[in-house]
Design a protein around this ligand. Sequence first.
Ligand code: GLC
Ligand code: CA
Length: 556
Amino acid sequence: MKKRWWHDAVVYQIYCRSFCDSNGDGIGDLPGVLQKLPILRELGVNCIWFTPIYVSPQVDNGYDIADYRDIDPAYGTLEDFRQVLETAHSMGIRIIMDMVFNHSSDQCVWFREARKSRDNPYRNYYIWHNGKPDGSEPNNWGNYFYEGKGSAWEWDETTKQYYLHYYSKHMPDLNWEYEPLRQEVYDVMKFWVEKGVDGFRLDVFTSFKKPEGFPDYPGELGVNGYAQGREQRCNVPGIHELIHGMYENVFSKYDIMTVGEASRVSSRMAPDYVRAARQELDSIYHFEICNRNPAPPTVLQYKDAQIRWAKVVENGGWLAQHLSNHDFPRQVSRFGNDKEYRIPSAKLLATLTHTLPGTPYVYQGEEIGMTNVSFDRIEDYNDQYTVGQYHALMKAGVDEAAIWQKLRPVSRDNPRTPYQWSGGENAGFTTGTPWLKVNPRYPEINLEADRSHPQSIFAYYQKLIALRRDNPAIVDGTFHMFLPEHPQVVMYLRRTARQTLLIVANFSDNSAMVERPQEVTEHQWHRILTNRDDTTPSLMRESWLPWEAEIYELEG
Ligand code: GLC
Ligand code: CA
């Protein structure tokens, strides 16, 4: 495989709204990011992914874009962006932008035009449909936010047709069948590449292509009587042609990286999106492990998934490694233990993410072990998905305690609370009132406290990121999982012709006995990293402590 810059990258995801507020309006902004770039350089990351910072009414915190070629005034100006980009570049940090092309905002000029009349030149940028003979919606699809009555279709009174919206009715879906829309999308991307950005994260790209004929979903309906049926609406035949079209018209012309948000993509389907020969995307991230299922995967499921996904890389594709982002619970709360083992479990999770095949992604706050929140009132929640489901379930008569139990641990507000910079007021995020409540654990968990602690998680991330630079096996090595049936321990090899690394992690609250494979016992190893400094650096030990993680290198 031809080596590209992003193979070596470590990506840091900035959720700008919650990162750092420079002017006291309670909303994070680009001057705030500029101020904090030196810390990211210290951390060692060399790429930033910005969640959408374009002009937006913020129905879905920026994933509803009203102007694809300008910065939202709450975040700053194009000039502020230019400064962030230039400063980041001078520090060796690249920047990739989030591109949302499944839908736009209903405030986007394209949609404001499109809804004026059936023959408006922008009409076909969107998906319009007549109702059924009785006037009801064209089919039984629900919107994913459980908004309003629940349908994915909204009636437009002026032009007497329905338009499609997979998410909010304020986020109408774009019509990828229409050539001028596709050209517009290419132009937007070229606009940003010409500003100097280094790549794109493609939002929900697997739903650009819509099912032919918009058929009713045959499966079970949701609490509100409409079908979620995501699997029917993702990866529809014809999707590959659309992605290849972006490759031909944009990606192939520049030295940029692309990473797709691969909803409902299995490890079997993935190579068709990311093998270089396909000429589609450079990489994707999947949701087999990081998701909102009621229970997190078991260690066995985790390993089974890693084994299968590693094959995607082995076969010439590439992956983003992540356990959390702005849509999912805090990783230490979901997969680790955010109480008595917060520090070692945060480090263990990072050890795995940073040594599996692919490019590691750090979601802001994870490097100091930020945790989930638990607010008491629905008014304190902002996430459309949480709020919509809460009301739909209440309306359906579900017990309120049960609703909270279901929603709290997976709410998208968990990862979106303001960054905890210090133990000061509002965790040092703002001098005003933060747009979303600060996590009450901030006096204990914040960057300042973490960095002054001998067990600093931040310092551990620095070491992991530095290791990646100096150990080619982490980037290029083959992958072999040992002990796939062990219910607690994750143990694998990364190997190139010159270097062999062994990663051992006790992914549990209990100590673990390990029967070491012969390949391990017949060689000499030395430890190059550990998340505990009170254990013997030896693979000959009988047992591993709860949440212990280590990396060894083969001697000789
Ligand atoms: C993606 C984004 C999410 C957003 C949705 C609709 O899943 O990550 O935040 O709500 O797409 O754009
Ligand atoms: Ca601000």
